[in-house]
Design a protein around this ligand. Structure first.
Ligand code: FES
Length: 149
């Protein structure tokens, strides 16, 4: 694939991802999904996985696994998308010994502070997106993504 083909494929990836991921469609009315017991959540970010059944024009009732980095900030619960805002790799918490207590993207060395803010001078140009959260009956539910720019 030449440079033109590569660039065209990079333009297609985000729309395709949005088409198959209901929680990635910011601002739409979507049901919340149970993700964790609230008592599992601490002030240290922890990655929780959850499964959604996808129904759209291409797939019917296909289970797809997603994840979020979740932690408590005082009485609030914060749930961050793990998708790096540079080129879409998955970020990890506390994964770089040179940059403790930060989200680190292994693909190109992207860094984010605990609240998901991109560190200037590293490749990402926007903060990690946030999930809407709600707590009911001791369970954490995640809703649509709030895109941050
Ligand atoms: S994809 Fe994360 S830094 Fe490039």
């Amino acid at each position: 694939m030449g440079t033109g083909g590569f660039m065209a494929s990079m333009l297609l990836v985000p729309p395709l991802r949005m088409a198959v991921d209901p929680l990635l469609k910011a601002g739409e009315e979507k049901p919340f999904v149970p993700v964790a017991d609230v008592n599992e959540i601490t002030d240290e970010p922890k990655r929780f996985e959850f499964t959604l059944k996808i129904n759209d024009a291409w797939v019917k009732n296909q289970a797809t696994t997603y994840s979020a980095w979740v932690y408590k900030e005082g009485s609030e619960i914060v749930a961050l998308s793990p998708i790096c805002k540079h080129l879409g790799c998955t970020v990890n918490w506390n994964a770089s010994p040179e940059h403790p207590n930060m989200f680190y993207c292994p693909c190109h060395g992207g860094l984010y502070t605990k609240d998901g803010i991109n560190v200037p001078g590293t490749p990402p140009r926007a903060p990690l997106d946030l999930y809407e959260v709600k707590v009911e009956g001791g369970k954490l539910y995640l809703g649509p993504l709030i895109q941050r720019t």
